[in-house]
Design a protein around this ligand. Structure first.
Ligand code: NAP
Ligand code: ZN
Ligand code: ZN
Length: 351
C-alpha cells in the first residue's frame, strides 16, 4: 500500500484537517499520479459540509486533479512516467451499461466510483480525492493534459470546464446564439469563456456588480445585475440557452422567462433545496428546463484538447492547503476570482 498524506473533513461541522491514509499499489491498468494541483469546487463544500445528505467521513475532497505520472502498470498504454495527467469527478464505472458503452460514464446505470465521498468498484472501499499527495487511477479514467496548458489553470477544467462544455455542446450552441450564464463563479466563468469561444453572444447574470469588468474580460458581451429583477424585464423571450450555475436557492422562473421559443435552460448548479418551476414558465414558448452532469471521459478529453488549442484555462487563485477553510468561506460568499486551486506542494512541505 502507498502511504498518502491529505486533508480530510472528519465531520460536516469541522474544517478539513491533515489526514494520512493508504492508496492501493498500482495494478496493471493503473497509473500512479503525483498530484500537483487540485481545484476547489463548490461541490467539495456542499459535500464536506453535508449539504447533500450523502456524506461519509473522513472525506478527502477534490475532483479537479492535475499531476505527473510517477508510475504505470504493466498493461498501461496511454501514459508514460513523467506525463501530465488529470482526474475528474469519477475514477471508475460499470463499463457495460448502455451509457458507459456510449462514453457517457457520468450517467452510468450501475456503480460509479466517485473520485471521493464514494466507493471503489467493490462498493466498500472508500474513495479519497485530490486534496492529497498522490492518487492511483485506471488509465481509462485518466485524462491526458495537453502540453501548453498551465497545470494550475487546467485543474478546474476537470470539473468546472467539462460541466459547462458538455451542455453547451449537447444543446448545440453556435455562432450568433444568445447564451446566458447565471452566477459568475468557478463554473460560470468557464461557461462564459467556452460559450464565447463558440461564437455565442454571452450575457452574465450576477448578484455581484463588482464582477462586471471581469465578466467582459472573460468574453461576456453583456452584464446584468440580478439584485434588481426589473433589469431582467427587457430581456424576456430573447435567449437560446441559459446555463444556471448558482449554488444556492434562487428563483429559476426569472430566467426561464428569458428563453425564446424552444429555448432551453440547463441547471448545473445544485442548491440544497428543491427547485420550484411555475407551469407557465415552461408552457409559454415551449421552453425546456434541463439538467446536465459533468461529462464522460471521451468528451472531457475533447474539451481539454479544445481548450489547449484555444489557450483556454481557468482564472485561478493558487493557495496552500492550509488555507482551505478560508477558501471555502470566500467561495460561499461568492468572493472567488474565479477558482481556488490548491498547490499540493504545500501539503508535501507541510507548511
Ligand atoms: P461557485 O464558484 O461558488 O459559484 C457559484 C456562483 O453562484 C457564485 O459565484 C455567485 O455568482 C452565484 N451565487 C452564489 N450564491 C448565490 C445566491 N444566493 N443567489 C444567487 N446567486 C448566487 O460554485 P461552482 O463551483 O461554480 O459550483 C456551482 C454549483 O454547481 C454548485 O452547486 C456545485 O455543486 C454545482 N456543480 C454541479 C456540477 C454538475 O455536474 N452539474 C458540477 C460541478 C459543480 P455571482 O457573484 O455572479 O452572483
Ligand atoms: Zn466539481
Ligand atoms: Zn455503466
Amino acid at each position: 500500500m502507498l502511504k498518502t498524506n491529505g486533508y480530510a473533513a472528519m465531520s460536516a461541522t469541522t474544517p478539513p484537517e491533515p489526514f494520512a491514509f493508504e492508496r492501493r499499489e498500482p495494478g496493471e491498468h493503473d497509473v500512479l499520479i503525483e498530484i500537483l494541483f487540485c481545484g476547489v469546487c463548490h461541490s467539495d463544500i456542499h459535500q464536506a459540509r453535508g449539504e447533500w445528505n450523502n456524506s461519509t467521513f473522513p472525506m478527502v475532497p477534490g475532483h479537479e486533479i492535475v499531476g505527473r505520472v510517477a508510475r504505470v502498470g504493466a498493461a498501461v498504454t496511454k501514459f508514460r512516467e513523467g506525463d501530465m495527467a488529470g482526474v475528474g469527478c469519477f475514477v471508475d464505472s460499470c463499463r457495460v451499461c448502455d451509457n458507459c458503452r456510449e462514453g457517457l460514464e457520468q450517467y452510468c446505470e450501475g456503480h460509479t466510483a466517485a473520485t471521493y465521498n464514494g466507493t471503489e468498484m467493490d462498493e466498500k472501499t472508500p474513495t479519497y480525492g485530490g486534496y492529497s499527495t498522490q492518487i492511483v487511477v485506471d488509465e481509462n479514467y485518466t485524462l491526458r493534459i495537453p502540453a501548453g496548458l498551465d497545470p494550475a489553470g487546467a485543474a478546474p477544467l476537470l470539473c468546472a470546464g467539462i460541466t459547462t462544455y458538455s451542455p453547451l455542446r449537447h444543446f448545440n450552441v453556435r455562432e450568433g446564439q444568445r447564451v446566458g450564464v447565471v452566477g459568475l463563479g468557478g463554473l460560470g466563468h468557464m461557461g462564459v469563456k467556452l460559450a464565447a469561444s463558440m461564437g455565442a453572444d454571452v450575457t452574465v447574470f450576477s448578484t455581484s456588480p463588482s464582477k462586471e469588468g471581469d465578466a467582459r474580460q472573460l468574453g461576456a458581451h453583456h452584464f446584468v445585475v440580478t439584485r434588481e429583477p426589473e433589469s431582467l424585464a427587457p430581456l424576456a423571450n430573447k435567449f437560446d440557452l441559459i446555463l444556471d450555475t448558482v449554488s444556492a436557492p434562487h428563483d429559476v422562473n426569472l430566467y426561464l422567462n428569458l428563453l425564446r421559443r424552444d429555448g432551453v435552460m440547463v441547471l448545473v448548479g445544485v442548491p440544497e433545496k428543491p427547485v420550484e418551476v411555475q407551469a407557465f414558465s415552461v408552457i409559454s414558448n415551449r421552453r425546456r428546463f434541463a439538467g446536465s452532469s459533468i461529462g464522460g471521459i471521451r468528451e472531457t478529453q475533447e474539451m481539454l484538447d479544445y481548450c489547449a488549442e484555444r489557450r483556454i484555462t481557468s482564472d485561478v487563485e493558487v493557495i496552500p492547503i492550509q488555507r482551505i477553510e478560508e477558501a471555502y468561506e470566500r467561495t460561499v460568499k461568492a468572493d472567488v476570482r474565479y477558482r481556488f486551486v490548491i498547490d499540493i506542494d504545500s501539503l508535501r512541505r507541510g507548511q
